[in-house]
Design a protein around this ligand. Sequence first.
Ligand SMILES: Nc1nc2c(ncn2[C@@H]2O[C@H](COP(=O)(O)OP(=O)(O)OP(=O)(O)O)[C@@H](O)[C@H]2O)c(=O)[nH]1
Length: 669
Amino acid sequence: MAHIDAGKTTTTERILFYTGKSRTVGEVHDGTAAMDWMEQEQERGITITSAATTCFWNDHRINIIDTPGHVDFTIEVERSLRVLDGVVAVFDAVAGVEPQSETVWRQADKYGVPRICFVNKLDRVGADFDRTVDMIVECLGVTPLITQLPIGSEAGFVGLVDLVKNKAIVWKDDTVGAAFHETAIPADLQAKAADYRAKLLSIAVEQDEAATNAYLAGNEPSIDVLKACIRKGTIAGAFVPVLCGSAFKNKGIQQLLDAVVDYLPSPLDVAAKTAVVADAVADDGAPFAALAFKIMTDPFVGSLTFLRIYSGKLTAGSQVLNSVKGQTEQVDRMLQMHANTREDITEAFAGDIVAIASLKATTTGDTLCDPAKPVVLEQMEFPEPVIEVVVEPKTKADQEKMAQALSRLAQEDPSFCVATDEETGQTIIKGMGELHLEIIVDRMKREFKVDANVGAPQVAYRETITKRAEVDYTHKKQIGDADQFARVRLAFEPLAAGAGFKFESKIAADVLANDNVAAIKTGLTSVKENGIIAGFPMIDFKAELIDAAFDANSSVQAFEIASRAAFREGAPKAGPVLLEPVMKVEVVTPEDYMGDVIGDLNSRRGQISGMDQRGNARVVTAAIPLANMFGYVNTLRSMSKGRAQYTMQFDHYEPVPAAIADEVKAKLA
Ligand SMILES: Nc1nc2c(ncn2[C@@H]2O[C@H](COP(=O)(O)OP(=O)(O)OP(=O)(O)O)[C@@H](O)[C@H]2O)c(=O)[nH]1
């Protein structure tokens, strides 16, 4: 995991080469990287989906997921972190810790995933290992355990000092597969290496009482003991081993693989953590339990569901239970994925990542388990989309294809959703950012051959209420010969940000039958999706059912209709407001453009929250409404002659100022 362009894919490609999975090394910049197999990934040189693959190193099997760095695809990182046992965080030694590295680091914190830091790109002009380590400490707040030091820098980067073995490792040249040899630490690095090694030993031995005592008595731990200490501390999160190299120049990759095997946990090491949520143990003999973390549309088999197996064994041809949906699923075909190629397998075990073809009901985050021993593994959280565009099929034939394509794409990607505008009947797609929706539309056109007109991206506003209001609504209507009757008294009340929607029935059980109460909830749940100000979903409020009445003409349909009408009548009295997504923006710019950048951010209703120095660049952070950030990439590029960069991510919702709310309403009217 890392910020965009830190070198994740390049590192992964080298790993596949050195572990013997690929005979040639794919390069990101010429579109031949095996892990970036989507056309859009190859054209743009970025990772969009997280590809899963398997390789072997030192008699260990390693399952790898290469995650995207761009913030629009954060969901891919989130779901990968949910199922991974260890992470290699890749840093660009020139840029250091960049905003998205910080974000994904916090995500890894959330799931408690042990990490190794790989300081990459040491061959680049301006590379600085020490500065990157300082930033790791400062920005990520971790204790680094420096296990390697670079030998030389920039074009002179030739190898590294392995502080664990206390040896230098030097490569013959920059080519793929170039031989390396162990040698004595160069004279000019000996003092520094001794210093760093002493630090390494003193931190590492703390993990083991016997090793500490021996060390204090003047006895250095053996390499095996030292490695065991590092492993223990890494898994416990006491420190993070820091390694270095240059993926592009083929240096440090084999040592990185050694570190993965030596220091990151095996499925057995994380059994305890899993057991807390699921009562599962990483034991092939235990009942089967797995988490579906990703669904991918596949041209050959329809859809592929990726599973991480936590315990037990899965056999092709068996039946498993989806314990979240309460449905049985048939596992006909099981595949081992290698980026874009696959291999049929018949058995998979605890710790494995496999893809299952054509499951019926399973969606991302569901648990599949042994029908005799049902468990539910901890589910995943998905972010709310902040941006939307209207898509219109060009012909009638495209209409159907588009609906199909969008539903397939939404199934793959929980951070993307499709909605229909109630009034205009238009199809709206919603996602995490401009790039996210651009890729979706591109895939719809190419993979599903749908011809469509695409509107300009719009902000995905929300609505909420600010005060309590009550409504007493009676639905009475004659339809044909039959009368309909339902009366509801509801109260609407604001809730704290992030609380979503809650429904509470305060009436006694004999006032209204349960299915009528359920119908009222159903009515409210659907009607709140089209708020009363400008049709945006209403969030963070509670609806209380205070009273209700029925007669011989009442039905669940009548109560559903009554609750919807009550919402439309009641919500306007509850001080409704329009909410807009406010983004956290970080701009990294040379000093010269600082004034222009700040002036421009201010003019976008931005609130500057920080200014910092990073290397010789300045960093400005600000909170800015998304509505004012469209096309910023071009403004910034021309303002800074292409030298400044920015990243942006959703921060919170805030009420839109009245004048701007009127504009939004006018535009939508
Ligand atoms: N000089 C130098 N360039 C590198 C190194 N590693 C990667 N690159 C280059 O940096 C660019 C980005 O590398 P990627 O591997 O695509 O980075 P990434 O982190 O996977 O990027 P995303 O997946 O898009 O987030 C490519 O042009 C690589 O060739 C390195 O060690 N040295």
